[in-house]
Design a protein around this ligand. Sequence first.
Ligand code: UDP
Length: 239
Amino acid sequence: MMEKRVELYAGKAKSVYTTDDPDKLVLHFRDDTSAFDGQRIEQLARKGMVNNRFNAFIMAKLQAAGIPTHFEQLISDNEVLVKRMDMIPVECVVRNVAAGSLCRRLGVQEGIDLNPPTFEFFLKNDLLHDPMVNESHIETFGWATPDEVVTMKALTFKVNSVLKQLFLEGGMLLVDYKLEFGRFRGEVILGDEFSPDGCRLWDVNSREKLDKDRFRQGLGGVVEAYEEVARRLGIELPQ
Ligand code: UDP
């Protein structure tokens, strides 16, 4: 059994702990939900547990599809054991349908199909509001090498082909999502989490939002929507 040692870092929704094994960390999914670069934070009952279970299910699917991830095993309702990586400080976003910042930045209408899907890099920096950056910035500032950029892009698109289909089978459109990668023993692998906090999911027929936009837009029923997404994928959640 992996014992938690010291808290290394507390993010907006997860806390990170060291373990006896220097190559492994414990992620604790809290009930905190934040929006607008952490300016608004609320506790939503069950959210940590739901996202932890959801993430474990998705990471296992991705791993089975040949995408290397940091996921090791679920430890408890709110905790997961992961590989300790050296994180790459950029976020990779793929979009299948226009929403969110793409619409604000480019003035395109929400809901239009994006063909081919777009790819964007953002710098992980709340103080700067996660500005969009390009491959040239990433190389010049040393955030990742050109080879790592190629790998992150390829893996992010591979995730799209796996998850678009998976969500469609549950009657949902994978509108967009954000991934974070890190290095483990010289290899670029998927880290962080995949949950409705970091993607957009719409009901394929009604286009009802089933993701964190319910929180950002004050629509209510946030955790209820996340549980509905889990239910549609066949994920069992404790009462
Ligand atoms: N996203 C995220 N963390 C961020 C920014 C974006 O998880 O710090 C996710 C977001 O949930 C969405 C996708 O990345 O699924 C694209 O987000 P967008 O650029 O549209 O930004 P937003 O409108 O969320 O500010």
